[in-house]
Design a protein around this ligand. Structure first.
Ligand code: SF4
Length: 180
């Protein structure tokens, strides 16, 4: 049993840069307008229709529902789950590349849903700005990679972790806050 459930949204942060996880945790209770960069604000707005339950009122759709998994020690919200189609969808503002962080968010949601009895036969990423859909599968290798990432997050030590590469740092919303 885990006493420190990892937030699903933080898995993506960790993959971008382990140090950003620390800043995410420190600043998550602040007014978002104070420290979020423009692309992140846009991403939050893209999800707002889901968080405020405006996407659909159909009974077969779960949206913005909180889920957790005892087995994997993770907690968070699903984006959209269609009970009839057994389909899980994660919407992003604009998908230019399918990062592991996007995949892991979907995997985490799927594992949480399945633990509480919902079957997930299909997963997809949906890019809002260009209306593109990317089907996603979870292989054994990917599940192993996902598990290793959860372990790395639990073992992470900010004091010994190295800085990410310069390109990442230049595009990072925590650039000004992070001591390189
Ligand atoms: S500025 Fe660089 S090292 Fe610091 S959190 Fe961002 S990516 Fe990581």
């Amino acid at each position: 049993m885990y006493y420190d459930h990892i937030q699903i949204s933080k898995i993506n942060d960790y993959i971008f840069c382990p140090r950003s996880l620390y800043f995410h945790s420190v600043y998550e209770n602040f007014d978002k307008g104070q420290y979020k960069a423009k692309p992140q604000i846009a991403g939050i707005i893209a999800h707002k229709t889901i968080d405020t339950n405006k996407f659909s009122s159909r009974k077969n759709i779960l949206q913005g529902t909180e889920v957790f998994s005892e087995k994997y020690g993770i907690i968070g919200k699903i984006d959209i789950y269609d009970k009839d189609k057994k389909e899980l969808i994660e919407r992003k503002r604009a998908i230019k590349k399918i990062y592991d962080g996007y995949l892991f968010q979907l995997y985490a949601q799927k594992l949480c849903l399945e633990e509480i009895g919902y079957k997930v036969d299909k997963m997809k990423l949906y890019s809002l700005t260009d209306n593109k859909v990317y089907p996603i599968n979870l292989s054994k290798e990917q599940l192993k990679k996902f598990n290793n990432t959860l372990k790395a997050i639990r073992d992470f030590d900010l004091t010994v972790s190295k800085c990410a590469d310069a390109n990442k740092c230049n595009n990072c919303i925590y650039h000004e806050l992070c001591r390189k």
